[in-house]
Design a protein around this ligand. Structure first.
Ligand SMILES: Nc1ncnc2c1ncn2[C@@H]1O[C@H](COP(=O)(O)OP(=O)(O)OP(=O)(O)O)[C@@H](O)[C@H]1O
Ligand SMILES: C[C@@](O)(CCOP(=O)(O)O)CC(=O)O
Length: 513
């Protein structure tokens, strides 16, 4: 019996919030080490299959063991060259999960178009047993830490078991903004495409380092289908940067034209998906350019209590943009220039590392002990060292400029994008030695903050800029700040997993129903 497990990372939009909704602008997206995992296996043992086939419909069982009442049972039927997936009423959990249901429905429909009814029926012969889990960072762990009497620190988070029980229903969980639904849909759709042999098992083997250009056809198909299923489940077409990060990893993202999936945004099971979803459909016009954070830096994230409601923030900002389009257009253009300069400088730092690793390493060590105001005042520095330090200082300045412009956007549109409480916290963090910059991710609001800090080699733990930031967070009185353990994902985007190789996963996948 083959089990197929696929993981997909979460995301942080460092720059480009709101702008990325418009295809004229792009967003700087970092994918996180926090991932969603979906394992797909057969439901029945082969011996029982003949009997099962005779008097039972094909069943798909899905469970999310981190939650209370989170099992969903579906039956699959084949009618008139189409496949239907319907939830069985009256199972243990009466809840519905639109994201899971639509991802199953649409992936099976695409599988039927790609492989034909007979082949798909064969692949589904034993039914499917699906387990979905997300790394702890996707959900607030405040309650779990409090129950263990642990302070909200990175060391405490490391003590929690992987895929920790949340003890609540999915509808009641406090999410942290890492894009749980996009990572979930991407891992679910991708594992099904592989398991049902729509795409080859090695589709995710190559790194998606070069973006779409170097990606396999399988990876591209998984992207288009996940993007579509996610829009359908959300009931709207967002920019899609979260799904793109889940598939391709960190990137500079430019959105796709919503028209490409417009014919499919309904319940009509007769409409063929493949012509629209196929990577050979040139109407998919999103752009994914390579991006990564510089070496010897570390992304730090914290959840600040009182999660914001992104849709209502977005609605208000877009309404203002329409009403005051001249001011907004000027702001969008200025912000776009700074966003580009920021990403370009970060990429230049990677080049400088490659050109002279020794000088770069030395510069990181030196700057990590200084506040940014002191970064360029050392008279004894010249040449290559100077260039490296200047690039770090520029990155700092651009990140501060982005914050200022986002605050302006918030002020003009009457939306708390970087509210005063977050300004105070970010100022205190960015003031510290070795901190390159920071901001409010995505749409902002009372939700989360990100920081990029220098991470020198061979440095005592307590002298690391990240340790100093942790100290600021732990002592912060203005807001409840809870660190997340995630940093940037080293693996680019969606990838095939060995269940036994992911700590804590095998026990959950093998647990009896
Ligand atoms: N572990 C899980 N198992 C099954 N479904 C999940 C799981 N986690 C999230 N979901 C699905 O994703 C939905 C949440 O999606 P929504 O778009 O509201 O959040 P989000 O914007 O992705 O949140 P965030 O960015 O804060 O993680 C849930 O209602 C559920 O359907
Ligand atoms: C405001 C927006 O540009 C970003 C929202 O990002 P987040 O979900 O707050 O990380 C919306 C979008 O891109 O879909």
């Amino acid at each position: 019996m083959t089990t197929t497990a696929v993981s997909a990372p979460g995301k942080v939009l460092l720059a480009g919030g709101y702008l990325v909704l418009d295809p004229a602008y792009s967003g700087v997206v970092v994918s996180t080490s926090a991932r969603f995992y979906t394992s797909v296996g057969d439901l029945d043992e082969p011996a029982s299959v003949a009997a099962a086939k005779a008097d039972r419909p094909i069943e798909i069982r899905v469970r999310s063991p981190q939650f209370v009442n989170a099992t969903w049972i579906y039956v699959v039927t084949f009618v008139d060259e189409a496949v239907r997936v319907e939830q069985v009423a009256g199972n243990t959990s009466s809840s519905k999960n639109k994201f899971v249901h639509l991802a199953l429905q649409r992936t099976l429909s695409l599988a039927l178009e790609a492989r034909g009814t007979g082949a798909l029926q064969n692949s589904l012969g034993y039914g499917l047993d699906i387990t979905i889990v997300g790394d702890n960072d996707f959900y607030s762990q405040r309650a779990q830490l409090a129950a263990k009497n642990l302070p909200p620190t990175l060391a405490s988070l490391a003590e929690l078991p992987p895929f920790c029980q949340t003890s609540v229903q999915l509808a009641d969980v406090h999410k942290t903004g890492l894009g749980s639904s996009a990572a979930l849909i991407t891992s679910l759709v991708s594992s099904l495409l592989v398991h049902l042999r729509v795409i080859p098992r090695d589709s995710f083997a190559g790194d998606a380092e070069g973006g779409i250009a170097s990606a396999s056809e399988g990876r591209k198909l998984a992207h288009n289908l996940a993007q579509y299923a996610h829009c359908l489940a959300q009931g709207k077409v967002g920019s899609g940067f979260d799904v793109s990060a889940a598939v391709f990893g960190s990137q500079l993202y430019t959105r796709f034209d919503p028209e490409v999936i417009a014919p499919l945004m309904n319940d009509d099971a007769a409409v063929k998906l493949h012509p629209s979803i196929s990577p050979s459909n040139n109407a998919w016009n999103h752009r994914v350019k390579p991006f990564k954070l510089p070496p010897l830096t570390r992304l730090m994230l914290a959840d600040v209590d009182a999660g914001s409601d992104t849709p209502s923030l977005v609605g208000k900002v877009l309404k203002w943009r329409k009403e005051d389009s001249k001011t907004a257009d000027d702001l969008w253009d200025t912000l776009d220039k700074v966003n580009h300069a920021f990403s370009k400088t970060l990429l230049k730092l990677s080049d400088l590392y490659a050109q002279d690793t020794k000088a770069y390493t030395k510069a990181v060590k030196y700057l990590s002990t200084l506040q940014t105001v002191q970064w360029l005042v050392n008279p004894n520095i010249s040449g290559g060292d100077q260039e490296i330090m200047e690039a770090f200082a520029e990155a700092h300045q651009y990140s501060e400029d982005i914050r200022a412009k986002m605050r302006e956007m918030g002020k003009l549109s009457g939306v708390p994008i970087e509210p005063q409480e977050q300004t105070d916290l970010l100022d205190a963090c960015v003031f510290g030695a070795g901190v390159i910059g920071g901001g409010v991710p995505g749409a902002g609001g009372y939700d989360a903050i990100w920081l990029l800090v220098l991470d020198p080699e061979n440095c005592p733990h307590e002298e690391l800029p990240s340790s100093r930031i942790e100290g600021v967070w732990a002592g912060w009185k203005g807001m409840d700040v809870s660190p997340l353990s995630a940093s940037e994902s080293v693996a680019k985007g969606v990838r095939l997993e060995d269940v036994a190789g992911v700590k804590g996963l095998k026990g959950l996948v093998d647990a009896p129903w």
